[in-house]
Design a protein around this ligand. Structure first.
Ligand SMILES: Nc1ncnc2c1ncn2[C@@H]1O[C@H](COP(=O)(O)OP(=O)(O)OP(=O)(O)O)[C@@H](O)[C@H]1O
Ligand SMILES: [Mg+2]
Length: 821
């Protein structure tokens, strides 16, 4: 299709020439803004809106096509939600049915599976007879994969139950869902049988849960349940022993949708910490509220990245206005209903009507009628019928709207919705909340365009939250204010951690790691702190936590896995460049990256441009000295951890060699960098020399803590070295450790003594007099400061003998000095 054809499809062919004159084709289309359209002469707001909505659909379609066909080249480690679906009693069916009828049933069943899974963004890995294995989170992760899986499971169970079959009795599906870390990729990659297999316990668990599910039931693993908050109504099943699992397994049955008012309430509602910071932002919105109450309606747009605290701010606003007389109407968009016309309006109505499954059709209808009567003066039959149609309540009043065109129906619906809000505003101040407008469907957007225009003369504050992927709507109207939420300051993030730990202090190195990795994004801070508390490496010492052992690297919280991976997967073709960058580190240098990737300079540049445009990384400096930095440490970690261990090692080896060959200045200034890459590559012999060099360099700069860390890293790499070579390296490392330990731990510390003792032993073993002298001198300091003169007396004659043997007068002076003190 060309652009002219596309415009004709929208009934806007008059702009074809303008589009062509300005060089707008399908490549540019997704990036067009309302301002661009204005500039090229699309002046009526309605036309601009129509074009932007249609662009949104093109982009959505492109990304859906893309995600279904784009397969990662390499196997990856990922968190996946796996669904197993099976037909109940199919063996019995096959005995009773003619094979042709059976085939017909299977065909219908598979087509349902395919349709439901596709619509929820899943991926059918394979069919096994009447079973289907489905992945959610591959090849494209979504922040809500677990939710998608459950939604798909519930819908599938319902649909299979309704399938028309030749047998005359209903069919039933059994569904098991589990979430966990797996390796996914072409495990069996020979020709035709190529299949995206996964390795890990998760698929097995999903299969076992499916086996124990009752007919028509959807059963979830505990790990899946933890990702769902209160989004669904669940019942806890009794733990059961499953084949292949040592402990009884806790599982849950999903019954249906939950009843929370919003996603925020469902996902964070039960465990809220008090608001931290955001005082200015809250004041700004409150001042708009005061203006609105005077009759000058206002719109406050709150934009910010996921988890930054938009919904929390809205909640704080509602709390602050708790005692004021007002009405509140809240609309919430959903990632699963981006294309369902008027979804937020329908959902809001359904919440106010609070239907229960026991309500009859008549009861529903009369509730709807009385709701409409409360808000619209004398609703006509047509209005009631339209709303009944919108809510899917079949009634006998349909003839009232039978003759109306779709356009007329829409016009009347819009008028009624607007009139409802105007009716409320006529009674007093009104707060309207629209959450997650980046998922607003095009029809609702059109309706909100009208509402925004209309509320200027009403006592209404409309608060809209959205992520930066939506360029701020309605900007330019005098009554619209845009507020962008930034990350919390370090001190605020620290208080957030404190509130989650219930005021108990964390060991400082743990706290620092949490703050460094989460960088003031409240959601990250909350989730990582909770993960740390649950991880079991902290002991509870009453008013504080203590480390029960050495601090392991902090894992990415399972609750964040999907959303972090989703950000990377959106950039599927260039994701590999991000992964290689992540291997280099949070910051990576263009030149070094170029030395590691197998791409031409132009290809690499294009890939980096995409990463920058998607705000995954920031660019600094001018070519060729450009460096890049991941916007979030967590995204870097997710990119890194998605690589298979083997591939990570290869990449580290390539990076280390590239540094050795091309960047002597890095080796001179930061030998620890190349040491780390060699260590991660498993090339310990190469790593060790650089660790030693890094330790000595840091010690020479009095960076003693760093020196100790480098030298200890060196010691950790020699454990499996053969005899003499191990002793030689260890001797050098222990001796180098002595000075920085003396400086930081004090002369009398046992760590200093251990280092020098070990050096004394090793230098004797290797017959190294000068090193032995250094070790003895070190021990001399320790004994002296501890006042352990007897031990000193025992060691100094050996030091004097040694100095004589070495024939170095300076050493002799030192030996006598140390004997004299
Ligand atoms: N200022 C704050 N003080 C205390 N907790 C906060 C603050 N900001 C955010 N949080 C907490 O961080 C988590 C994420 O915040 P929230 O859900 O409001 O983010 P969001 O911007 O609405 O994200 P999304 O785009 O995913 O909807 C929530 O649990 C919230 O309670
Ligand atoms: Mg939110």
């Amino acid at each position: 299709m060309d652009i002219g054809q596309w415009l004709r499809g929208l009934g806007l062919q008059s702009y074809e020439q303008a589009f062509r004159d300005n060089g707008i084709d399908f490549d540019v289309l997704p990036r067009l803004t309302a301002d661009d359209l204005k500039e090229i002469g699309v002046l009526p707001v309605g036309h601009r809106r129509k074009i932007l909505d249609a662009i949104g659909e093109v982009a959505q379609r492109a990304s859906a096509d893309h995600s279904s066909t784009e397969m990662p080249h390499q196997a990856e480690r990922r968190q996946l939600t796996v669904m197993f679906c099976d037909l109940v009693g199919s063996t019995a069916l096959s005995a009773r049915l003619d094979p042709e009828d059976l085939q017909e049933i299977l065909r219908a069943y598979r087509s349902q599976v395919k349709d439901v899974v596709r619509r929820h963004g899943g991926y059918i890995a394979k069919y096994m007879g009447d079973g289907a294995l489905v992945y959610f989170g591959y090849p494209q992760a979504h922040e809500d994969d677990a939710e998608r899986a459950v939604r798909a499971g519930l819908e599938l169970a319902k649909r299979i139950g309704k399938l028309n079959t030749a047998v005359g009795e209903p069919l039933n599906a059994r569904i098991g869902i589990a979430t966990g870390l797996v390796v996914v990729g072409d495990l069996i990659s020979s020709g035709e049988s190529q299949e995206r297999g996964i390795a890990g316990e998760t698929p097995n668990l999903a299969a076992r849960l499916q086996e124990r599910a009752e007919a028509g039931a959807v059963v979830l693993s505990d790990a899946t349940r933890r990702l769902l908050g209160d989004l669904f109504e669940l019942t806890k099943l009794t733990p059961s022993v499953l084949k292949g699992f040592p402990e009884p397994v806790q599982a849950w049955r999903a019954l249906g949708e939950g009843h929370a008012e919003s996603r925020f309430a469902a996902l964070h509602g039960t465990r809220l910490t008090p608001l931290i910071g955001r005082g200015e932002e809250l004041e700004l919105v409150l001042s708009r509220w005061r203006q609105a109450k005077e009759g000058g309606g206002q719109v406050a747009l709150i934009s910010g990245e996921p988890g930054i605290g938009k919904s929390r701010l809205v909640l704080a606003l509602r709390e602050r206005l708790q005692d004021e007389p007002k009405a509140i109407v809240s609309y919430a968009c959903s990632p699963h209903h981006v294309h369902s016309a008027l979804f937020p309006f329908i959902a809001q109505l359904e919440r106010s009507l609070a239907f229960s499954p026991t309500h009859s059709r008549e009861a529903r209808h009369s509730r709807l009628e009385s709701l409409l009567q409360e808000t619209v003066p004398e609703p006509s039959d047509a209005v009631v019928a339209l709303f009944a149609e919108l809510l899917g309540i079949p009634t006998g009043t349909q003839e009232a709207i039978a003759a109306m065109s779709p356009q007329q129906k829409k016009g009347l619906l819009f008028c009624t919705f607007v009139a409802q809000l105007e009716g409320l505003a006529a009674q007093g101040a009104l707060l309207i909340v629209l959450e997650d407008a980046h998922w607003l469907d095009p029809t609702s957007r059109e309706l909100f365009d009208q509402i925004v225009d209309r509320l200027q003369r009403l006592p209404v504050l409309l608060v809209v939250t959205f992520r930066p992927e939506l360029s701020p709507p309605w900007i330019g109207f005098p009554h619209v204010t845009l507020l962008t939420l930034n990350r919390l300051a370090k001190a605020q993030a620290r208080s957030l951690v404190e509130r989650i730990t219930g005021g108990k202090a964390l060991p400082s190195e743990v706290l620092e790691q949490i703050l460094a990795r989460t960088e003031g994004v409240p959601l990250f801070t909350e989730e990582l702190t909770k993960t740390v508390l649950e991880s079991g490496f902290l002991g509870d010492a009453g008013d504080r936590y203590v480390l029960a052992g050495p601090l392991p690297p902090l894992a990415i919280p399972v609750t964040l896995h999907d959303s972090l991976m989703a950000r990377l997967d959106r950039l599927a073709p260039v994701k590999e460049v991000a992964q290689i960058g992540a291997c280099i580190g949070r910051e990576f240098d263009h030149e070094l990256l170029a030395g590691v990737v197998s791409l031409t300079e132009a290809e690499l540049q294009a890939a980096l441009d995409r990463l920058v445009a998607a705000e995954l990384v920031f660019r600094r400096g001018v070519a060729p000295a450009t460096t890049y930095m991941f916007k979030h440490a967590m995204v870097r970690d997710a990119a890194y951890e998605s690589l298979l261990r083997k591939r990570r090692q290869d990449l580290h080896a390539r990076i280390a060699s590239a540094i050795e060959i091309r960047f002597p200045r890095i080796i001179e200034a930061q030998p620890e960098l190349v040491a780390r890459h060699f260590s991660e590559a498993g090339l310990k012999e190469k790593a060790i020399g650089y660790w030693l060099q890094a330790g000595r360099l840091a010690a020479a700069r009095s960076a003693n803590v760093e020196a100790i860390a480098h030298l200890r890293a060196g010691l950790a790499s020699i454990t499996d070295f053969p005899g003499t070579s191990r002793s030689q390296w260890e001797l050098s490392l222990q001796l180098a450790l002595g000075g920085p330990l003396l400086a930081t731990k004090g002369f009398a510390s046992s760590e200093v003594e251990t280092a020098y003792r070990r050096a004394q032993y090793l230098s004797r073993e290797l017959g190294r007099d000068t090193d032995l002298f250094t070790a003895l001198r070190g021990l001399g300091y320790v004994h002296h400061v501890r006042g352990d003169l007897r031990q000193s007396m025992r060691e100094f004659p050996e030091a004097i003998d040694l100095a004589r043997r070495i024939g170095e007068p300076a050493l002799l002076v030192q030996a006598y000095h140390f004997a004299g003190v």
